[in-house]
Design a protein around this ligand. Sequence first.
Ligand SMILES: NC(=O)c1ccc[n+]([C@@H]2O[C@H](COP(=O)([O-])OP(=O)(O)OC[C@H]3O[C@@H](n4cnc5c(N)ncnc54)[C@H](OP(=O)(O)O)[C@@H]3O)[C@@H](O)[C@H]2O)c1
Length: 321
Amino acid sequence: MKAIWITRKGGPEVLELRDTPTPVPGPGEVLIRVKAAGLNRSDVYSRTSNAYGKEDAEIPGLEVSGTIVSCAPDAPRWKPGDEVCALVTGGGYAEYVAVPAGQCLPIPQGWTLEAASSLPETVFTVWLNAFRTAHLKKGENFLVHGGSGGIGATAIQLAAALGIPVYATAGTDEKCRWCESLGAARAVNYKSQDFEEAFKTIGIDVILDMTGGDFTPKNLRLLRDDGRLVYINAMRGREATIDISRIMARRLTITGSMLKPRDAAFKSALAAEVEQHVWPLIARGALKPLIYATFPLEQAAAAQQLMETSTHQGKIILIIN
Ligand SMILES: NC(=O)c1ccc[n+]([C@@H]2O[C@H](COP(=O)([O-])OP(=O)(O)OC[C@H]3O[C@@H](n4cnc5c(N)ncnc54)[C@H](OP(=O)(O)O)[C@@H]3O)[C@@H](O)[C@H]2O)c1
């Protein structure tokens, strides 16, 4: 099969299309012929750094959609010909990928295979961090940074679908208006305005943050009593100043997680929760596909380059023919 490899750490040019043995599904796995693979910021970090502890060449890609071509005997839910989308632990930028059966979900009604490839990584991450870990619920106020990216746009749509007022930051006025068109009550351009000043009267209960650094003290000051701050990255810096007395006085919780290194049992259990709680919302049209650009597999380097410019709104997808 053809697959894109990260041949060494570096710029987009280290991504190479290579002939590679087709994976063989192990116990509990299915083999998917990939139609589309969603891009995620994490794919870029896998290429540029050893943040995930991997030095060797690898095939990136955390989410795919496609058609099942074979199943292990102990993967009874699926059969060859079934169309699915799946959370994978690398290996998505390829013509075929083997994945634990529990990490596959049916294509939501009305969604194309291409569009469905954009769902698993963002929906699983938002569900896990904002809803399961931070217990975000109706009656609370929610703030997400990076509102126009894949994670941010999913968080906005999901919260809005559940009737939760959601606020966002993004890096241009145009991106802010786009966040509001997705359901954000208000989005603030953090480059031209102080988001703490803009949101200080709201009383935020949960913040989903991938920025860290200098946003941290602002986030802590925006949270009201029993507020929760959940980290999924630290794009503005891994170190921050924390006012401990504020945490005590307001009974704040600071937490975070990384989905990629979790094992198949964890991801499969999460998939079951997502199917139960989020798939019905998608089926009734509460989330719409937000595909900003598509690239053929062999142009993965250009696709990642686009992601690094942060000019995109929503998701970038690779199409495999
Ligand atoms: N921990 C986990 O399990 C997990 C899982 C999935 C994703 N993530 C993380 O979540 C983040 C979003 O992922 P994604 O796939 O949605 O990426 P994405 O589509 O590229 O979105 C990231 C957004 O963050 C904004 N941004 C970038 N640098 C920023 C900065 N210095 N300050 C403020 N905003 C900044 C960008 O918008 P502007 O240019 O407008 O600012 C961009 O829209 C990534 O950092 C990724 O690693 C973590």
